[in-house]
Design a protein around this ligand. Structure first.
Ligand SMILES: CC(C)(COP(=O)(O)OP(=O)(O)OC[C@H]1O[C@@H](n2cnc3c(N)ncnc32)[C@H](O)[C@@H]1O)[C@@H](O)C(=O)NCCC(=O)NCCS
Ligand SMILES: Nc1ncnc2c1ncn2[C@@H]1O[C@H](COP(=O)(O)OP(=O)(O)OP(=O)(O)O)[C@@H](O)[C@H]1O
Length: 197
């Protein structure tokens, strides 16, 4: 039977880096943020419904993230309206991926796993964790967000300590070596039929 692992963690905690470790160890990986990128591309399923709400968010037939971020910073309910469009489409993309995967382990990288009450859909949930100072430094180093945008996203997410508490496993992302060791422990434990919750 296919092992389904939900991978979560707050913004910039190291989910993509950790999912790559799972992939290198033979798991198939599905990434919710990447699904959103496909939905926003020209011809993507989210373009028309977003255009209906905010025509100014569309550029060259695709959703512009920069314009969306401007709209989200100025309209207080914009993010929740956007989520109502995007989340059902993302869920559909995930179901299609799972139906076609032939791997014996699939990792679903889902930033908002707990916020969308999806924890019951996996055999185990893994939360990536690093201290908040490192998290902030890493996000700011990417240069894709202002401090204010980072704070706004953080305020919409469940605190990471709470995510860790609700998860079956924690992967420490202080260093690559720590994350690799923790991922190996997750896979060994799950494949031997127990967990360390
Ligand atoms: C707000 C947007 C335009 C920012 O785009 P940008 O390219 O700058 O950032 P990116 O998409 O890489 O997101 C960075 C991180 O922000 C966090 N985040 C994104 N959307 C949300 C949200 N709705 N609530 C809380 N956190 C979020 C996630 O941790 C994500 O990994 C974009 O994230 C978006 O369209 N979000 C709405 C869709 C959504 O809810 N996506 C979350 C995964 S399904
Ligand atoms: N275990 C680790 N050791 C050292 N650096 C790491 C580790 N994990 C992640 N990083 C670094 O932290 C930054 C954020 O990591 P990553 O992109 O994997 O986070 P994320 O949780 O997927 O982010 P987002 O929520 O924005 O999608 C990157 O610059 C990455 O190189």
């Amino acid at each position: 039977m296919t092992l389904k692992i939900g991978l979560t963690g707050s913004i910039g905690m190291g989910k993509s880096t950790t999912s790559k470790i799972f992939k290198d160890l033979g798991c198939d990986v599905w990434d919710a943020d990447a699904a959103v990128h496909r939905l926003y591309e020209q011809g993507g399923a989210a373009v028309a419904p977003i255009q209906n709400l905010w025509p100014q968010a569309i550029s060259d037939g695709a959703v512009s993230r920069d314009r969306l971020k401007d709209i989200i910073s100025t309209e207080s309910d914009a993010l929740s309206k956007l989520e109502k469009i995007v989340h059902p489409l993302v869920r559909q993309d995930r179901a299609e991926f799972a139906a076609h995967s032939k791997a014996d382990c699939i990792v679903f990288d889902i930033p908002l796993l707990f916020e969308t009450n999806s924890e019951g859909e996996f055999d185990a949930v893994v939360c990536v964790d690093v201290n908040p100072t490192i998290q902030r430094e890493r996000v700011m180093a990417r240069g894709t967000m202002t401090e204010a945008q980072f704070e706004q996203i953080l305020s919409k997410q469940m605190p990471n300590d709470e995510k860790v508490r609700r998860s079956n496993f924690r992967v420490r992302a202080d260093t690559l070596e720590m994350a690799e060791n923790d991922v190996k422990t997750v896979l060994e434990t799950l494949k031997s039929g127990s967990d360390n919750a």
